[in-house]
Design a protein around this ligand. Structure first.
Ligand code: GTP
Ligand code: MG
Length: 266
């Protein structure tokens, strides 16, 4: 009979302190330990490849402090993640009455077109979707139609990652309103860049009923540095595209902050 394998010794890990790190090569500005985003065992003197919290590339640091049990994105989280990361995004849909905000949200989440018109007070939709390699939990706030005089509540500004601003290509008034809404949001958000997708909806309707040309919508979105799309809430694929775009735009605007301010960690 074979001898029984020795039981694995498990040493309890001490709570993981954030390690002091020295920039490599020496002479560069030392980095704070909080910049570290790696998992695994490390000890003094080890060279360690780190990923910045924001995309921007890998860099190398030398562990300057005492040996550590594990270095994790957060000291209280387990060092290794079994589940893929789901990123949360909250997006508000705004626009004049009856432009198709609810129809777009409903088509996106339920995959069907709403023929009837039932004015919205406010409702929230949740949907999981994959964009690129990442999985997102998208929370959509469908709002009551606004006009030029609407006062936007703080809840449309605080904790909101991006906006889908909708007008109807058959209503010049709705196009004017969307401009006012953008200005109000821009002011409320301290005139910082905000992720916006401008949508000219009801593009399926006849040319005779059109009041806003495609070029006008595109020009307005360009002046904001936003994405522009024309859509029909009857078409599922186009509608999916709107919400994929806003998720991509949120990441794009987020990542452009460091570039614009010429901010480097190293
Ligand atoms: N032909 C066509 N009709 C649409 C489209 N989108 C919405 N509608 C119709 O327009 C009407 C209003 O649509 P809603 O989605 O309720 O509009 P809303 O912007 O949510 O309106 P409020 O909640 O009052 O602000 C409904 O009768 C829809 O069926 C579209 O892309 N094409
Ligand atoms: Mg609605």
């Amino acid at each position: 009979m074979e001898p029984a394998a020795p039981a694995r010794m498990r040493r309890a890990r001490p709570p993981c302190p954030l390690l002091p790190l020295q920039a490599e090569p020496p002479g560069r500005r030392p980095m704070g330990a909080a910049a570290a985003q790696c998992c695994g065992h490390v000890s003094r003197g080890m060279l360690w490849l780190l990923r910045r919290p924001r995309p921007g590339g890998l860099f190398i640091a030398r562990v300057a402090g005492p040996a550590c049990a594990a270095l994790s994105p957060h000291p209280h989280r387990p060092a290794r993640r079994a589940m893929p990361l789901v990123r949360y995004r909250k997006v508000v849909i705004l626009g004049y009455r009856s432009v198709g905000k609810t129809s777009l949200a409903h088509q996106f989440v339920e995959g069907e077109f709403l023929e009837c018109y039932d004015p919205t007070v406010e409702s929230t939709y949740n949907k999981m979707l994959v964009v690129g390699k990442d999985e997102f939990h998208l929370q959509l706030v469908d709002t009551a139609g606004q006009d030029e005089y609407t006062i936007l509540p703080h809840s449309f500004v605080i904790g909101i990652h991006g906006y889908v601003l909708v007008y109807s290509v058959t209503s010049l008034r709705s196009f004017q309103v969307v401009k006012t809404l953008h200005n109000k949001l821009y002011e409320s958000r301290g005139k910082t860049r905000m992720p916006v997708v401008l949508v000219g909806n009801k593009a399926d309707l006849s040319l005779e009923s059109r009041e806003v040309k495609t070029d006008e919508g595109k020009k307005l979105a360009d002046s904001w540095g936003a994405i522009f799309l024309e859509s029909s809430a009857k078409e599922n694929q186009v509608t999916q595209g709107i919400f994929t775009k806003i998720i991509e735009e949120i990441d794009r605007v987020d990542n452009s902050y460091g570039e614009e301010r010429n901010c480097h960690l190293m």
